[in-house]
Ligand binder design. Structure first.
Ligand SMILES: Cc1cc2nc3c(=O)[nH]c(=O)nc-3n(C[C@H](O)[C@H](O)[C@H](O)COP(=O)(O)OP(=O)(O)OC[C@H]3O[C@@H](n4cnc5c(N)ncnc54)[C@H](O)[C@@H]3O)c2cc1C
Length: 423
């Protein structure tokens, strides 16, 4: 099988690159072994939330000062706003509504009641422009009886620090009680599957009853697994402002993003191989010629371009062994010291150097093999070295913007080749 581009890994970065390329009419395949960081998603993407240990309000100003090896520096600070606008449009076209803008961070409410700087947040989630003036007067926090993946006590304690008085109410419904018969079923994704149609009406009336004179209600983010529609319906029936707060995984909003982006990619003509693992690639000189997968062994998968979007250690895009860190699919060069004592900080709260490890690329994100860039292999997303998603609050931004930048370059190179051929 021959494609214009094959993307290895179907998380956020693989999907964003795939959608952008498929929108331009390219023949694209994504091969993904399964679960991605989106399944653990908070509802917000960070662009750059912190620099030098300080919270940032205007991320674009700080992006220009990042070191040369940072993925944003490779993209170029001047290109970030347009790519960020492009991302928001792609999400909207896929049926995902995000609030936020690259010029100014807003603050998302965490499950602990803290306010974290963010770039894009799903519009059903709790956010504010200014943590010291949230604009909320009194809150009711609701939870479902028996749902242990949401911790209202921590949330209430955090909100009190923002001078927001909170009431708490526990709600149950017959459909939820049925789930409770088996305690392992009382998880976010299972609850989301029953919260639709008439059950939403019953839930709305329970919330209205519990809300009393509160002007805002916080509920666990367990509505709308494959579409925003159930959240919209519920919000239209609840009298106070209804806002969702992240819960322990699986993340319903992250699954919604994964499902909607994949569906949109397939509507555009893309092919998504789910549950398959790319096991190796075959180089011909400085270019990757074909790859092999576990399920399609014996079948040659060829493309003009390949994008490595296999994530970091969490998704096994990088693997750590006692004496080395390596990229397991293609054997790409990895930026990481060989001295193991330099991988981790001493305390769990210290800076963790391994967060910054990743495959080595040139400025255009061509992957390096033995110090030489491969002309047709790119890396995007969490597998890139040079950024620290936790310290910087930049994980989502690096994944989305590097993917769009690489897709944009592949499209531009294809157009240049076509006009040369026509001339
Ligand atoms: C647990 C967790 C939660 C996070 N939450 C947030 C958040 O809320 N907001 C934020 O801004 N950032 C968050 N991040 C940062 C995160 O890294 C990025 O936001 C982003 O989702 C990374 O996307 P990615 O596609 O590059 O990698 P991943 O999401 O890791 O996806 C890589 C994909 O490649 C697949 N894969 C790996 N190897 C192969 C192979 N050999 N063959 C085929 N497929 C393969 C994996 O199965 C996976 O589906 C989080 C990171 C983690 C680890």
């Amino acid at each position: 099988m021959k494609y214009d581009t094959i993307i290895i890994g179907g998380g956020l970065s693989g999907l964003m690159a795939g959608v952008k390329l498929a929108r331009s009419g390219s023949k694209v395949a994504i091969i993904s072994s399964g679960q991605s960081a989106l399944h653990f998603h908070s509802g917000s993407f960070g662009l750059l939330g912190h620099a030098d240990g300080k919270e940032l309000l205007h991320p674009l100003e700080a992006i220009g000062t990042l070191p040369a090896g940072h993925p944003y520096s490779k993209i170029g600070a001047e290109s970030i706003p347009a790519l960020a606008d492009d991302a928001k449009q792609i999400f909207a076209d896929a049926g995902l509504t995000f609030i936020g803008d690259s010029s100014k961070n807003h603050f998302r409410l965490t499950p602990l009641g803290l306010c974290e700087p963010s770039w894009l947040t799903m519009d059903d989630y709790a956010t504010c422009e200014n943590p010291s003036e949230t604009g909320w007067r009194k809150a009711t926090i609701i939870n479902f009886k028996g749902f242990l993946d949401f911790l209202p006590g921590f949330l209430a304690d955090g909100l009190k620090k923002h001078n927001l008085p909170c009431d708490y109410a526990e709600i149950t419904l017959p459909a939820i009680e049925r789930l409770r018969r088996n305690s392992s079923e009382m998880r976010a994704a299972a609850i989301a599957k029953v919260l639709k149609g008439p059950v939403l009406e019953m839930l709305a009336s329970e919330i209205n009853r519990a809300a009393g004179n509160s002007d805002v209600v916080f509920m666990p983010a367990v509505v709308g697994i494959d579409s925003e529609q159930p959240v919209r319906e519920l919000r239209s029936m609840v009298i106070p402002k209804l806002l969702c707060v992240p819960v322990l995984p699986m993340s319903v909003c992250g699954m919604r993003s994964q499902i909607r982006l994949r569906r949109y990619f397939e509507q555009l003509g893309g092919t998504y191989f789910l549950g398959d693992n790319v096991t190796r690639g075959y180089m011909e000189g400085p270019a990757l010629k074909e790859i092999e997968t576990a399920n399609l062994s014996g079948m040659s998968l060829q493309a003009d371009n390949f994008i490595l979007a296999t994530g970091s250690f969490f998704s096994q895009g990088l693997v750590a062994e006692p004496d080395r860190i390596y990229e397991p699919v293609l054997g790409a060069d990895v930026e990481a010291p060989s001295d193991r004592s330099l991988w981790c900080g001493k305390s769990i709260f210290d800076n963790q150097p391994y967060m910054q490890f990743g495959v080595t690329t040139d400025r255009d994100f061509h992957v390096m093999f033995n110090g030489v860039p491969a002309g047709n292999v790119y890396a995007v997303g969490a597998i890139l070295g040079g950024s620290n998603p936790i310290r910087e609050g930049s994980g989502g931004g690096v994944a989305i913007l590097s993917a769009l930048q690489v897709a944009r370059n592949i499209i531009a190179a294809g157009r240049a080749d076509n006009s040369e051929a026509q001339a």
